[in-house]
Design a protein around this ligand. Structure first.
Ligand SMILES: Nc1ncnc2c1ncn2[C@@H]1O[C@H](COP(=O)(O)OP(=O)(O)OP(=O)(O)O)[C@@H](O)[C@H]1O
Ligand SMILES: O=P(O)(O)OC[C@H]1O[C@H](OP(=O)(O)OP(=O)(O)O)[C@H](O)[C@@H]1O
Ligand SMILES: [Mg+2]
Length: 304
């Protein structure tokens, strides 16, 4: 079977991830935590899955939604900003949606924001009327402008958007912001966030309908397990029965704990999966509330 074969006739699942760039490494790390292992080809564009019949395609992130739409791959890991931009493009062209977000993955966080020259006295979106806005995200920007009922000119650029106001190509910009350093370096300030983005697992709008559906389900369950325990810890401790309520109030991020009575006494032994940070300060607070013998254990895998 060749790589050109589309969904039909393929029995292996295929996932597209970014070859380089910001999301490539964390995407691989996530899939590896879900138990995937690959044999990398020499050109590293196609990685044959060894632990499961799940192969990787290493591509430019912009190509991922289209590869899913065409059935060349089944799933992809891509920024929500890219997925929504291409969905907007299809909508503009009156083509049906072809891919959607299956899971938010918790890395690659950034905002798609409007930013204006620092000297502007920002008073609100009405100020955008008649202005030129440079962006690489024209579809999301146009949809947002429509929702705000503001008429402005969208200037489409393929990169280095932050320089556009200084070059006189635009009055303001709409671009990705994370630390804000690029904006500051270009004497711009963010004024409105139009999208909160992160890396997402993207898949087809319709459920996968053949043998690969089972593989996709298995992978999804594993990814859910990985996401659920990311930053989670198992907390073990003893407490007197009458201190239990006080202690549990300090664990609002814990799953319902497993509890047992120690030797018919008034002491309980508990284990609770906690999703927030388990700092020294927190342990000291728990001790003050009546917890004893506190132990914090890392969680390696979880299957619901
Ligand atoms: N400054 C940032 N901080 C955090 N995440 C970001 C930032 N900029 C972009 N991202 C997220 O990471 C994704 C990939 O960004 P990257 O810069 O690697 O893309 P690219 O240059 O288009 O890569 P490619 O070569 O694959 O086309 C973006 O689509 C966005 O979701
Ligand atoms: O708020 P910051 O942390 O400064 O990040 C924002 C910058 O990051 C991205 O660019 P990138 O560095 O990927 O360059 P490119 O888009 O030109 O490839 C984005 O397009 C912004 O320019
Ligand atoms: Mg790209």
């Amino acid at each position: 079977m060749t790589l050109a074969s589309t969904a039909r006739g393929r029995d292996r699942l295929r996932i597209a991830i970014q070859k380089n760039g910001r999301l490539g490494e964390p995407a691989r790390a996530l899939l590896a935590s879900a138990g995937l292992a690959w044999c990398e080809s020499r050109d590293k564009l196609f990685c044959h899955g060894e632990s499961l019949p799940v192969d990787l395609l290493l591509v430019r992130d912009d190509d991922i939604p289209g590869l899913i739409a065409d059935g060349v791959c089944d799933l992809g890991i891509v920024g929500r900003n890219v997925l929504l931009e291409q969905a907007g493009e299809r909508e503009e062209a009156r083509r049906p949606a072809s891919s959607r977000e299956w899971r938010a993955l918790g890395f690659g966080g950034c905002r798609l924001s409007l930013a204006v020259p620092e000297a502007w006295d920002w008073q609100g979106t009405a100020q955008l009327a008649g202005k030129r806005i440079a962006t690489t995200y024209p579809n999301q920007l146009r949809a947002w402008l429509r929702a705000q009922d503001v008429q402005a000119d969208v200037v489409v650029l393929s990169g280095s958007v932050e320089i556009a106001p200084r070059l006189g190509q635009a009055d303001l910009i709409c671009d990705l912001v994370s630390s804000g350093a690029t904006l500051a370096a270009n004497q711009l300030k963010p004024v409105v966030d139009i999208l909160y983005s992160e890396a997402v697992l993207a898949g087809p709008v319709q459920p996968i309908g053949d043998a690969r559906a089972e593989l996709a389900d298995l992978l999804l369950r594993r990814i859910d397990g990985v996401l659920r325990i990311r930053d989670s810890k198992l907390l073990l401790f003893h407490t007197a029965r009458d201190a239990l309520e006080r202690v549990m109030q300090l664990l609002p991020d814990a799953e319902p704990p497993t509890m047992c009575v120690v030797d018919g006494s008034e002491t309980l032994a508990l284990q609770a999966l906690c999703h927030g940070a388990m700092t020294w300060q927190r342990l000291e607070d728990l001790k003050r509330a009546g917890a004893r013998g506190l132990m914090v254990l890392p969680v390696e895998r979880m299957l619901a």
